[in-house]
Design a protein around this ligand. Structure first.
Ligand SMILES: CC(C)(COP(=O)(O)OP(=O)(O)OC[C@H]1O[C@@H](n2cnc3c(N)ncnc32)[C@H](O)[C@@H]1OP(=O)(O)O)[C@@H](O)C(=O)NCCC(=O)NCCS
Length: 250
């Protein structure tokens, strides 16, 4: 059965504006964090001051080959969507952190819009920092999240077929089993070399999650074990995913 998007009047007549937050004193930071807090469970939340600190680093001109971005969609002074992520120059890949739309505003394409803006910023980073085209955008999603099914409908997106874990963000939490997806920007890829996946994992754990020695973490070693002896990592097909739940989690 064909699916139809909700009509624009349901959202109201004024369309949301989408922009990047660049000022560490921007009052919108509190509202964005509220949306994230309402959407994701506590063990997946970064603290609000971490965003402010990142923007302060940017203002101080401290960044070299990586850049963090926060994109927001606002309507009538309210934050209704957010996408955050980091470009990593060493692997020339953009990584999506959070992607969320407030429940009443879902189904209007705002999520894809803020994500597209983030991808445009990553492309710009790749040109400015590496003088080349962005290689890929990657992200982590729960296996039963309908968003994963939406993503892999694109031939550019591979849901990588191995046991991926998001590291615990705080002492006492557990690593979270998720699916790592890879959206190739140039030619679509059917599989990735396992050696490339290993480098991506190491860079994201070191540089996004700021884990000094990933090999000391059992969950990082489990991932490497799962890749061992494999030359290529293929994709998880939609038919192999569990039925989608409407869980707000990753
Ligand atoms: C995922 C999300 C950002 C999509 O934003 P949106 O503006 O509603 O996007 P769209 O209206 O264009 O819908 C895009 C797809 O999202 C999927 N989707 C719908 N509701 C969803 C939900 N509650 N949770 C996750 N994905 C959902 C649908 O599969 C839809 O694809 P389709 O219309 O082709 O079937 C939004 O649903 C959300 O905030 N979900 C909770 C947080 C989350 O799951 N974030 C993504 C992982 S980090």
């Amino acid at each position: 059965m064909p699916r139809f998007r909700k009509c624009v009047p349901v959202l109201g007549t004024s369309l949301p504006t989408v922009r990047e937050v660049v000022d560490s004193t921007d009052p919108v930071l509190t509202k964005v964090h509220d949306l994230i807090r309402r959407t994701f469970p506590p063990d997946e939340l970064v603290r609000r001051h971490e965003w402010r600190d990142s923007l302060r680093e940017r203002e101080a001109g401290l960044w070299s080959d990586s850049r963090w971005h926060l994109v927001v969609a606002e309507r009538k002074g309210r934050v209704i969507g957010v996408a955050s992520g980091t470009y990593l120059g060493n692997i020339n890949i953009g990584t999506v952190g959070y992607l969320a739309v407030s429940p009443k505003a879902r189904g209007f394409g705002i999520g894809p819009r803020v994500r597209a803006k983030l991808r445009t910023l990553f492309r710009q980073d790749a040109r400015e920092i590496r003088g080349t085209t962005l290689a890929a955008v990657i992200g982590e999603v729960r296996r039963d999240n309908p968003w994963l099914r939406a993503l892999i409908r694109s031939e550019r997106v591979l849901a990588l077929n191995f046991k991926y874990f998001q590291p615990r963000l705080r002492a006492g939490d557990r690593p979270v089993p998720l699916v790592l997806y890879y959206e190739g920007i140039g030619r679509p890829r059917q599989r990735l070399a396992a050696a490339e996946v290993r480098r991506i994992l190491y860079s994201t754990w070191r540089r996004i999650y700021r884990i000094p020695r990933p090999m000391t973490r059992p969950s990082f070693r489990w991932m490497l074990q799962d890749l061992e002896g494999r030359k290529y990592i293929g994709e998880i097909r939609a038919r192999d995913l569990p039925p989608a739940t409407r869980s707000p989690r990753h």
